[in-house]
Design a binder for this molecule. Structure first.
Ligand code: HEM
Length: 499
């Protein structure tokens, strides 16, 4: 009450001044004063209300730098920053970056809130739509209510079935052999660039269909690169309508890409049916019985490729560097190719991929130590409580796979080491809920996990048979933390054709 009275006295004073002078300057001063005053008043009222209700916020990591807050420290080494904060503050803490408050939930117990919450409480669209909608387009993913996106995800799942995977293995094997022919017998090459180029080809062939794959050339690859301009910190911090050159390129590329899909869809509608994802989408209906529009199908196809592109190419590249570093494990994986498929190494088949347990564990361990998605985010709309702390609306609530996946209390002393055989132990930490989350969990869980495994294991079956790999002078790439997906920095690998 005292604050309210003091406030009204100050307002009266200010209004009095305005009446007397009636100048523009006075109006401006008064407006500024009122703004500051109302904001202060709101804070004071909230503080007292919270004190009355005994609300305790998560520990806050303060910073002397206005607005930017912890942005510089975090960007230098995000995982290290979060690990240190976990040791100091425990499983839930908040900090500010670029004017936004982030609350991280570390470890399986606190992550439960994140994965089990309703979308209305911890909301994905509020944080992802700005990045994703300009790239995928309207009417899909985070541009529609979550129950509609869940129906779209169900259509994807129908399209990603075992019968299709059997054909995908052949397509991926052929694309990989063709692509790596240009590498020759030995040399040093950028593995990440190669796998990124290859995975656009394989994903386009398997997920978009032969019409789209047949026209995929450098110009179309450039459209994907331009659309990628949407997935940057710039796009995350600033609204999409600002005419930054990268945003203009992204929007142009999106329009052109959509046009290409419309043409392919029109041809397919007029011609024969095929057994592929495009056909699944053409035949799918929402619960209401409504078919997808051409625009929705085009948006979903762009989304499908983009969701799997960086995640799979980054993971494949990290797997390559781990195999190059641990030559004994690489040799075991090569021996496994012969054990499973036969000494003469005929083309690999889906059922054989399933039996490649060594390669499987290496991929799993790569996804543990280098999960491509460093942070999953939601906007807090309804207060959430954990261990007596309340996370208020407006906080961006986050869970970080790389941090959960090497927490020492769960993964033991060697939590930072590449040890694929840890997964032989049935009681390994990954059996505990939310300690192993490279593909997320709950309603936003990835639908592409099985396809990603098929794709990456097929590519590496071809590469292991063709080449022996080693690090260049022992250099293992550090993590490039300047991109939203944690890619390898200076990812040059040495290779030599097997005899
Ligand atoms: C190694 C490869 C991949 C990794 C590590 C990965 C990781 C993830 C993660 C962590 C999420 C959850 C995001 C969140 O909760 O905020 C997710 C969601 C998703 N992923 Fe993947 N992904 C991979 C490949 C793919 C592929 C190949 C596709 C498509 C064929 C795909 C399609 C999707 C879709 C549609 C979602 C749902 C997003 C939502 O419901 O909000 N992903 N992925």
């Amino acid at each position: 009450m005292v604050f309210l009275q003091a406030g009204s006295t100050l307002i009266e004073g200010a209004l009095g001044q305005w009446r007397n002078s009636n100048t523009l300057t006075t109006i401006l001063y008064t407006a500024t004063f009122l703004l500051i005053f109302t904001s202060l008043l709101k804070k004071i009222i909230t503080y007292f209300e919270n004190a009355k209700n005994d609300i305790k916020y998560p520990p806050y990591i303060s910073s002397m730098i206005p607005f930017l807050g912890q942005a510089i420290a975090f960007n230098k080494d995000p995982i290290g920053f979060l690990e240190q904060a976990y040791i100091k503050y425990g499983p839930v803490f908040s900090f500010t970056m670029a004017g936004k408050t982030f609350t991280y939930l570390i470890g399986p117990e606190s992550s439960t809130i994140f994965f089990n919450s309703r979308n209305e409480s911890l909301n994905a669209e509020d944080v992802y739509s700005r990045l994703v909608t300009p790239v995928f387009g309207k009417g899909v993913a985070y541009d529609v209510p979550n129950h509609i996106f869940l129906e779209q995800k169900k259509m994807f799942k129908t399209g990603l079935n075992i019968a299709r995977f059997r054909k995908h293995v052949q397509m991926i094997e052929q694309e990989t052999s063709d692509y790596f022919r240009k590498w020759g017998d030995s040399g040093e090459k950028d593995l990440f660039v190669a796998l990124s180029e290859l995975i656009i080809l394989t994903a386009s062939r398997c997920l978009h269909g032969k019409e789209i794959r047949s026209i995929l050339d450098e110009n179309i690859a450039q459209l994907y690169t331009d659309m990628d301009g949407g997935f940057t910190y710039l796009a995350w911090l600033f609204p999409g309508w600002i005419p930054f050159p990268s945003f203009i390129k992204r929007d142009r590329a999106h329009k052109k890409m959509k046009q290409i899909f419309y043409e392919a869809i029109a041809k397919r509608r007029a011609g024969d049916t095929e057994d592929d994802m495009l056909q699944t989408l053409l035949d799918s209906t929402y619960k209401t019985g409504k078919y997808l529009s051409d625009d929705e199908i085009a948006g979903m196809l762009i989304g499908l490729l983009m969701a799997g592109q960086h995640t799979s190419s980054t993971t494949s590249a990290w797997l390559g560097f781990f195999l190059a570093k641990y030559k004994d494990i690489q040799d075991q994986c090569y021996a496994e190719q012969k054990e499973v498929c036969g000494e003469d190494l005929p083309p690999v088949e889906y059922d054989q991929l399933k039996k490649m347990d060594n390669l499987d564990r290496c991929l799993k361990e790569t996804l543990r130590l280098r999960p491509p998605i460093m942070t999953m985010m939601r906007m807090c709309r309804i207060p959430q409580t954990f261990k007596g702390y309340t996370i208020p609306p407006g906080h961006q609530v986050c869970v970080s796979p790389p941090v959960n996946q090497r927490i020492q209390d769960k993964w033991g002393e060697a939590s930072r080491e590449f040890k694929p055989d840890r997964f032989l132990d049935e009681s390994a930490a990954n059996s505990e809920k939310f300690t192993y989350i490279p593909f997320g969990a709950g309603r936003h869980r990835c639908i592409g996990e099985n396809f990603a495994y098929v794709q990456i294991k097929t590519i590496w079956s071809v590469l292991l048979r063709k080449y022996e790999f080693e690090l260049v002078d022992g250099f293992f790439p550090p993590v490039n933390t300047t991109t939203l997906i944690h890619t390898p920095d200076k990812p040059i690998i040495r290779y030599r054709k097997r005899k």
